[in-house]
Design a protein around this ligand. Structure first.
Ligand code: ADP
Ligand code: TZD
Ligand code: MG
Length: 589
């Protein structure tokens, strides 16, 4: 069927380039995030020629982060396209990030000549990419023949979105793109993926068991995770929460699934509900480090909590603690079944509990309110975030991107989200560098204005993509919370030498001037009023904007809210004579 050395003037031909494009388009994948180069330069051009949107980045990791969040936002795999070895490795970090977060993504990388790579003869950008990708993603495939492109793309899509979503690697040796075959046979080889993520109905017994456990609770709590946001079953989630009457806690990227101002929200009573609750219903959330693995002091142990867990991945159950009622199924089917099983006479939790949570929430919200009005200059986090919060309250459809340490942790608790999937952040790993890729994909995939609130360190990881934002004229407003460094801008070199401490940056840097270099708007803001006005203007104009927000370098905490995870040096001896002598002798060898 395939003629790898066609002489045929007779037959009409297609090639690997076009088969790959046709296979993606057939499956409704029309946006590509990538960086061009050998062997995929022409592929990008042809994709654009064939009507796909091709967004060309300055670094593959940012393109990959864009693809990853596109997967979260759309439930379709976001596609990142890279060159071989170094470009592939740059993209691979994002593919691993997508997999860790359970988001569908496909990394398509060109690769070098198979015969040369496999004999390790030193090809241009030689690397056995398939082998390297495999342990870092959900599935990895290589295509060697043009007639297999259709099935390979279909497998990649299904692997990415079915069950627990994740990242898939697709290895495209450069030679494949040039392979030709009969155009009609080529069309026949394409595969449209039917029902790529089939509904997974939970077993009725698991639903009944879950309901029994919930019924027995005195102090129940629902935890909504980003899996629930991903599921796009917003009405079903809302119905379940409201019908149950149970207080809920949204994980970071589940904020807004129900508005943070919802009467059942326990967001501002987090410590209380984790400690006090006796039954916790996990909905698309994992008991990983972000929830102290479901045990310990934060959970009020020794009084142990019972867990109901709704997840599409069976192996998530009992991953950290015993799950009393595992419900394996998709969020929509599972919550619909639970709501139905509750019946019409569901009493809801005891009012002592819901009152206790409400009072705590109201107290904490009232305590925070005046801090959000702090008008000091330079700003502290609450003052600056008060300005941001007021903008989001007025413009709840804004896509909100957030990374940093203090910048992230304070924003998570201070800026309310009102709509689903509007808060995009560092995810499960706490990755610095997701910012600009995420902002770009948010703008491209939703068409909505984007506000990215970035620590100055966090911003630096992907900052060059502001050129990409300007080039594609995207409605993105970046606010750099500039405190001259990582956590704080005040650290001193402990050796007394001239180098700055490892956590501090150039003092009073003007990030706004970077934006001006590419034709965007650069704004300097050193007080909350100016910041609020500048953000409003930017979101209304839709012009690429970067606001340098001057934050007091003394305002932040080490590692933000998770300082306890950062090992610090305790009582050590640096002057032990015997130890010093041993090191001296070793150095002399
Ligand atoms: P968070 O960080 O918000 O707690 P996680 O990323 O840890 O959220 O957990 C998301 C969970 O959601 C994963 O265990 C994943 O398997 C699950 N999940 C993803 N999509 C669905 C779905 N459609 N239905 C059920 N569970 C899902
Ligand atoms: N590298 C990567 C890829 N991810 C990380 N999380 C880190 C390094 C370590 N890190 C954090 O966890 S937060 C942070 C780093 C470098 C930057 C914090 O500084 P910031 O925010 O300026 O972004 P604040 O407001 O100054 O705290
Ligand atoms: Mg900083």
């Amino acid at each position: 069927m395939v003629d790898h050395n066609p002489t045929a003037e007779s037959a009409e031909l297609t090639d690997g380039f076009h088969l790959l494009i046709d296979a993606l388009k057939l499956n409704d994948i029309n946006t590509i995030y990538g960086v061009p180069g050998i062997p995929i330069t022409d592929l990008g051009r042809m994709m654009q020629e064939e009507g796909m949107r091709v967004l060309s980045f300055r670094h593959e990791q940012n393109a990959g982060n864009a693809a990853a969040i596109a997967g979260f936002l759309t439930k379709k795999p976001g596609v990142c396209l890279t060159v071989s070895a170094p470009g592939f490795l740059n993209g691979l970090t994002a593919l691993a990030h997508a997999t860790t977060n359970c988001w569908p993504m496909i990394l398509i990388s060109g690769s070098s000549e198979r015969e040369i790579v496999d004999l390790m003869q030193g090809d241009y950008e030689e690397m056995d990419q398939l082998a390297i990708a495999k342990p870092l993603c959900k599935a990895a495939y290589r295509v060697l023949h043009a007639e297999d492109i259709g099935i390979a793309v279909a497998r990649a899509i299904r692997a990415a979105v079915s069950g627990r979503p994740g990242g898939v690697y697709l290895d495209i040796p450069g030679a494949l793109l040039g392979q030709v075959m009969d155009v009609v046979e080529g069309a026949k080889s394409l595969v449209k993926v039917i029902d790529p993520a089939p509904a997974q109905i939970p077993s009725p017994a698991s639903v009944d068991r879950a309901l029994e456990v919930i019924k027995g609770a005195q102090k129940p709590l629902i935890i909504l995770g980003k899996g629930a946001a991903y599921a796009q079953a917003d009405e079903v989630v809302k119905d379940f929460v409201e019908k149950s009457g149970i207080p809920y806690l949204p994980m970071s990227m589940a904020k807004g699934l129900l508005p943070d101002t919802h009467p059942q929200s326990a967001g501002a009573a987090r410590s209380l509900v984790l400690k006090e609750s006796d039954v916790v219903i996990m909905v698309g959330a994992r008991l990983n480090w972000l929830l102290s693995h479901g045990k310990g002091r934060q959970w009020g142990e020794p009084h142990s909590t019972k867990f109901v867990q709704i997840d599409i991945e069976p192996r998530e159950m009992d991953s950290n603690v015993e799950i009393a009622a595992p419900v394996v199924g998709d969020i929509e089917s599972s919550l619909a079944a639970l709501s139905q099983a509750m019946g019409d006479d569901w009493a809801g939790p005891p009012s002592e509990w819901t009152d206790m949570v409400r009072e705590k929430r109201e107290t904490n919200v009232a305590k925070m309110a005046p801090t959000l009005q702090n008008n000091a200059s330079p700003m502290n986090y609450a003052g600056a975030l008060g300005a941001i919060k007021r903008v989001i309250d007025q413009k709840p459809d804004t896509m909100f991107v957030n990374e940093g340490a203090n910048t992230l942790d304070f924003a998570r608790s201070m800026v309310d989200m009102h709509r689903p999937r509007k808060r995009l952040d560092v995810g499960t790993w706490g990755v610095m560098g997701i910012g600009m890729g995420t902002a770009i994909a948010a703008a491209v995939e939703t068409g909505l204005p984007v506000l990215a609130v970035e620590g100055d360190s966090a911003f630096g990881f992907s900052g060059m993509e502001i050129e990409t934002i300007c080039r594609y004229k995207l409605p993105v407003c970046v606010v750099v919370f500039n405190n001259n460094g990582i956590y704080r801008g005040t650290d001193q070199n402990r050796s007394g030498g001239e180098d700055p401490a490892p956590t501090v940056f150039v003092e009073d840097a003007r990030y706004d001037q970077m934006m001006a270099a590419f034709g965007g708007e650069g704004v300097y803001a050193d007080n909350p009023d100016a910041l609020q006005r500048a953000v409003m203007d930017a979101l209304e104009s839709g012009k690429p904007t970067l606001i340098n927000a001057v934050i007091d370098p003394k305002a932040g905490k080490e590692s933000g809210n998770i300082g306890s995870l950062n090992p610090t040096s305790g009582a050590v001896s640096r002057n032990n004579a015997e130890a010093l002598e041993i090191i001296k002798q070793k150095a002399a060898q």
